[in-house]
Write a protein that binds this ligand. Sequence first.
Ligand code: EBR
Length: 390
Amino acid sequence: MDIKEKEILRELKKYRERDLKYEDGKILGSMCSKPHPLSKKIVEMFLESNLGDPGLFPGTKELEGKVIKMMGNILNNKNPFGYIISGGTEANITAMRVIKKISRKKDKDKKVNIILPKTAHFSFEKARDMMDLNYISPPLNKNYIMDVKYLKDYIEDKREKHGIDGIVAIAGCTELGTIDNILKISKIAKEHKIYIHVDAAFGGFVIPFLEERYRLENYNYEFDFSLDNVFSITIDPHKMGLAPIPAGSIVFKDHSFKKYLDVEAPYLTDTYQATLIGTRTGIGVATTWALMKLLGSEGYREIVSKCMENSYYLIRRMNEYDFEEVITPVLNIVTIKDEDPLRTSLMLRDMGWYVSICRCVDALRIIVMPHINKDHIDNFIEALSQCKRD
Ligand code: EBR
């Protein structure tokens, strides 16, 4: 390495050293974690791959097909179609694009009406901006999930007038980790022939691996393609899948959905391109394939169980200090009631702790990711109680 290269690396290191590190256990509001160590070698191996021009990278393209098949396996779909893309935002926008295309095919002048839970991630707001969608948001019920009774009545009363083109349901909502009752939603959607898109960006790598002992009684965890009218699912390897960023994924029920996404791409090795992003790395494909092979269901089950155990440990420690949760955790997301969550989160930040806050209820929110252990939790509880004393 020559002197100039060494200097450049030294300079970069200075910037990088200012970043927080997952292993310090202070990042408590992130849905990403430290990537699995195997990722490093794979990133190097696939550094120059570009799935934007798949004819030049037929090996990586074939691998993408295999990963989508593996996704199909965990999502109960033998015939999936999809892509490994930049993340949950791109996946959700892609699904909204399909719903819009299907609606426009039926009636090109009609407004595109989509039922969107109040707990939906803000990526849907970007989709609305871009595609001029109309969202209808039913109220939440006492469990902080979409009120299905309201949904049913709304569809039955207003369907003729508005024509509902799609329903978004969430499996692992960003704020609380709750799961909409997608079984019930699916029955309504089937009856009225409505497309369901499930946002399982976070929950997709948790729910299939959640042990029975962590499943709440009378809670519906079903979210995948085994349910009628679930036609697309967002599921992100770069969240609980432990893949390095960028690795998101959009999976469709079958290949017939490709036609809604394809645009002509005359100067590429493929005639059509379906993904939103053109030039795109194959690194996410390779790392996701490798980690799913290496860890398998058993490996992911262990990771999820550890996170759930730590979530319950956090609740126990909170309760010792009279801090109260908003809901019993459905997934590895813990909420802490707080009268002024913004103020508390800023105080914690001054002490070096990064938590985030909820929008739908006054609470702090902690994502108990794989990089969080019990010592981190003990230290955090100390910091939180000190905040409250000050
Ligand atoms: C949280 C992403 C996050 C990651 C936040 C790291 C803070 C961090 N959520 O430090 C759902 C249910 C999400 C979500 C992101 C997205 C968007 C879609 N759906 O484009 O990969 O919780 O960020 O995913 P993205």
